[in-house]
Design a protein around this ligand. Sequence first.
Ligand code: NAD
Length: 476
Amino acid sequence: MRDVYAELVRTGPGAVAARKLGLPRPAVLRRHEAGAPLLDGPALLLTTGSGASAFRTREAGGALASLLARAGAEVHLDLPDVPAQARLGAVVVDATGATRVGDLAALGLALGPAVRRLGPSARVLLVGRTPAHLDGVDRVEAAAVQQGLEGIVRTVGKELRAGATADLLRLAPGAGPADLDGPLRFFASARSAFVDGQVVDIAPAPSVRPSSWGAAQDDDDARRGAERPLDGSVAVVTGAARGIGRATAHVLARQGAHVVAVDVPAASGDLARTANDVRGQALALDVTAPDAPSRLVEHLQRALGGSATGRLVVVHNAGITRDRLLVNLDAARWEAVLGVNLAAPLRLTDALLDAGLLGQGARVVGVSSTSGLAGNRGQANYAASKAGVAGMVRALAPRLAEVGATANAVAPGFIETEMTARIPPLLRQLGRRTASLQQGGLPVDVAETVAWLAEPASAGVTGQVVRVCGQALVGA
Ligand code: NAD
């Protein structure tokens, strides 16, 4: 669906009028392009905090600096070293040593001048620690300070303009540079265009690199490997005939996965188109059918043979809405929405687990919704199902950890699809403009986040619910 307002205010006269009237002027977001550099400008790496950093950023070859450099960024450790005309592509702040209240002000004061130098679609990334797991005598103050980082990130996200975003990556005890590598690349890159104001926890994981990184000794190898991290994976995407599911099939295939595209028989035409486009397979299947779990398992075992046993990625994307105020919600509307959005992902995941298909490196990705997390008028059934998806992945995470697999969810906000095209025009405008990025996202934005969670380098990210919402006001 076209965003006519955004198109208008991007024209010369439209921009002037919007500026005069103080109206939102949504930026054109930088999105993934093959071969494009990680950042559109140099990165500034700041270190802050009176406690010990998890990285040695000041020394040449400090872990965080070298992670960024290996990902292709030009890294500076001091703002005066940044060439005078350059706009920063990213500011990364190592705040793992922030333990005292004063460290928050110091961080803010150091960040301010850097924020002024940010270019369009730049990134502000804070790296901290998970507050609940801190130890030591000053644990309570340190936890408060680490939680305080969340307030800075969410506020900066709301203040940034021109498509720039702010996010916080938190290391759990034992998590190190290898665990941060994949998340840092994603959050720094254009692939995270619509992920804004988010906090993601990273646990230590036996670091599994993409197969093509295996013997990578040099940066070029690593970069090439990072381009197709899903080589050798099989990805099942439900609801793949259109919208977010279709985009997800495309991005997973671009990243190297063999895609099994699933949708209802009535959508077979569009489903075949998706499967053909990504050189994958189409499986016409209603995910709520009693035999859906067994048919999916059989399909994976028969059609894919041994190749499905290694790394399976399952994206529970199929979803429906049947909106009414709670007082008018009948049993059929409750059952239909809970059946597709929650019961089916639970049953399919159980069957895949029982069949031993979710093994080492496997990924389960649920598709939740900001409406689900925050509640939304007229959507008690949908919100129950989508908050349920968040609960599902949180409970699955420890179970899957036993076999070296992960479970996470994405929670899209307002995404331009046929689902949101049905929203009344005024509400549609509100949905778009009240996000920090002042626009709706595109299906590809959700797809990129799903594909990142599916990567081997995301092994330390589990039990997380990542909003892809441009920092929507709803539930933010
Ligand atoms: P969409 O309606 O465009 O596509 C959904 C797809 O799921 C369709 O192809 C449909 O045929 C398929 N599907 C429905 N029931 C099915 C079933 N029983 N078995 C198999 N396939 C089935 O929706 P979308 O906007 O692309 O949304 C995709 C997912 O993202 C949904 O789970 C939705 O709840 C979620 N989501 C969307 C938005 C948004 O703004 N569009 C926001 C938050 C969450």
